[in-house]
Design a protein around this ligand. Structure first.
Ligand code: TXA
Ligand code: MG
Length: 350
């Protein structure tokens, strides 16, 4: 298949070009598109064949459900039923935006789109090109992140092309995404709302709108009440090709330890990468040293993490060390993705 790439200027959205992209979706094809979080791999959410094509293009297990993207509020009630009041309040506060809500699905949504679940994940993105594209596509676009399963989500169209060239009909190039990590996911199908995936919309922000909630991995959730997990969380995720280890502890000791190991590893023919911040980047001796931004700037870290992991792949790094980054606010999402990329391999250095 020949993948067509079209560029859309965010200042002057070309609706005609997006209408052509919408036609591809309506005809059962796949189109990757920019959102404010990461690039999505879109297909018609109400067409089971399209969902199956998405799973095939990504190499993703078909029991891992897709998020349905909508462009206007009234469409929520076509794909979800028994919608709790909390969902309307969250939509009012955060839509359009980087929040995905898991709700009870309507019959019209094919099981292929929800991985056989009776629930459906819904999001209304804030990216103007995404909204216009969803509208042109008939209003319901199923879209996981536009990467091959297991690779970091794409933050630029060129990373979509790396993974999807020849596998899908079209890529809409809308430049760099704003946030760089996937949306926050909250499950509203249980009595107590549960955050399944941290993101730009933080626990505190959600708490302010709906009050009590829990999050997966939160130790103080009610006794005996197992949280339903996002099926995607059980798969290895966001992984670079090199072996990634997170080093936590004393900053000076970490620098010495990483440099010592890097020297040994390079002597053995390994190629070593380091993920750090502006303040310590110059102190590392490795094949490739990349700063995630200034220390304490979680939004910058979110924006650069996946790009850095992909660049290390392209540069052939076989071993990667990363410092720990601040975990407050958006930093929680950054550390969540970094820990997954490392397969939870974290070493404490005294
Ligand atoms: O920011 C985002 O959410 C991006 C952009 C493209 O919108 N999309 C995205 O999709 O990250 P994906 O498929 O890579 O991640 C969706 C996650 C998966 O972990 C999946 O298991 C979970 O959402 N999910 C989807 N439907 C669900 C459901 N009904 N119940 C629980 N988890 C669900
Ligand atoms: Mg994904």
């Amino acid at each position: 298949m020949n993948t067509k790439i079209i560029k859309i200027d965010q200042e002057k959205i070309d609706r005609e070009a997006l209408a052509a992209a919408g036609e591809v979706i309506k005809n059962g094809g796949l189109v990757a598109f920019p959102t404010e979080t990461v690039y999505g791999l879109g297909g018609d959410a109400l067409n089971p064949d399209s969902s199956e094509k998405i799973y095939r293009a990504k190499g993703r297990p078909s029991d891992n459900p897709l998020i349905i993207h909508i462009y206007r509020m009234e469409d929520l009630e076509r794909i979800a039923v028994r919608i709790p009041d909390a969902a309307y309040r969250l939509a009012e506060a955060f839509w359009p935006g980087p929040l995905t809500m898991v709700l009870h699905k309507a019959d019209e949504v094919p099981a292929a789109t929800t991985g056989g679940l009776s629930t459906v994940a819904v999001r209304m993105p804030s990216h103007m090109t995404a909204l216009a594209f969803i509208e042109q596509s008939g209003g319901f676009v199923a879209a996981p992140s536009a990467n091959i399963s297991g690779r970091p989500s794409p933050t630029l169209a060129k990373y979509v092309a790396e993974d999807m060239d020849g596998r899908i009909e079209m890529i809409i190039d809308g430049g760099s995404v704003g946030i760089g990590l996937e949306s926050t996911i909250i499950d509203l199908t249980e009595e107590l709302p549960v955050i399944l995936r941290p993101g730009f919309i933080t626990e505190e922000m959600l708490h302010r709108v709906i009050g009590e909630l829990s999050s997966v991995g939160n130790k103080d959730k009610p006794e005996g009440k197992e949280s339903p997990k996002a099926p995607g969380m059980k798969y290895r995720h966001y992984a670079p090709a090199g072996k990634l280890t997170i080093m936590e502890g004393n900053q000076e000791s970490i620098i010495l330890e990483i440099n010592r190991r890097a020297e040994c590893l390079r002597g053995e023919g390994q190629r070593v990468g380091v993920i750090t911040t502006d303040s310590t980047a110059e102190r590392y001796l490795a094949d490739s040293v990349k700063s995630i931004g200034s220390r304490g700037n979680a939004n910058a870290a979110a924006k650069h993490l996946y790009r850095i992991l992909r660049e290390f792949d392209n540069e052939g790094m076989t071993v990667i060390f990363s410092e720990v980054f601040d975990s407050g606010g958006m930093g929680q999402a950054v550390m969540n993705r970094l820990e997954k990329a490392a397969g939870h391999c974290i070493e404490h250095i005294e």
